[in-house]
Design a protein around this ligand. Structure first.
Ligand SMILES: [Fe+2]
Ligand SMILES: [Fe+2]
Length: 193
């Protein structure tokens, strides 16, 4: 209530259906009678139609919601990336902010906004937690987000990063390609030339 009167809230959304993403979804719906959960086709079909206390809205890949005040958020499907069939991210056009969900997860206690390396700490956290569903399309899925050229990467598990978002995204995608190639090599599959 110190940020926004809950009863004025219109939209509730999140990266994917997991307790740390949306465990309070129905409590929010209870205190915000005008609010509706919005998510991608997969999340709505697999979980939210059953689990949300009011019917959710389905967002197509790339569909925008006008929040008013010049703010427009776009929903982007990122299936299985970093994990969850229903995974997606949000991009706010006017500020160039990519809400990354679990992408770029890092350890440590940084200031709220950093300008330095956001990729190295993400690689280190993946080495610790192995939280991503390594999949052949992962590098391509992540690299697709670079086209948005975000000015700010808003991490769920870590600080926000201000700087060249596209470069950071491409570097993260390169590291997942390396990681997936290493795993394939372990199983005796040659890398593609
Ligand atoms: Fe997650
Ligand atoms: Fe998370």
């Amino acid at each position: 209530a110190s940020l926004i009167p809950p009863e004025t809230l219109r939209w509730i959304t999140f990266g994917h259906y997991e307790a740390d993403e949306c465990g309070a979804m129905n409590e929010w719906l209870a205190v915000a009678p005008e609010a509706q959960v919005a998510h991608g086709q997969t999340g709505v079909s697999v979980s939210l139609n059953d689990m949300a206390s009011r019917p959710p809205r389905v967002l197509d890949d790339g569909e925008r919601i006008d929040l008013g005040g010049g703010k427009v958020v776009r929903y982007i499907d990122t299936p299985h990336t970093p994990h969850g069939w229903d995974a997606g991210v949000l991009f706010e056009d006017s500020t160039g902010t990519l809400m990354c969900g679990d992408l770029f997860t890092q350890l440590g206690n940084e200031p709220a906004l950093v300008h330095g390396d956001v990729v190295g700490p993400a690689i280190a956290a993946e080495d610790v937690f192995h939280y991503s569903s390594l999949n052949p399309g992962m590098g391509m899925t992540i690299r697709g987000l670079a086209k948005l050229a975000p000015k700010t990467l808003a991490l769920m598990h870590g600080p926000s990063f201000a700087g060249d978002g596209a470069a950071a995204i491409n570097a993260l995608a390169d590291d997942y390609d390396r990681r997936i190639g290493d795993r394939l090599a372990e199983f005796g599959f040659a890398r593609a030339a």
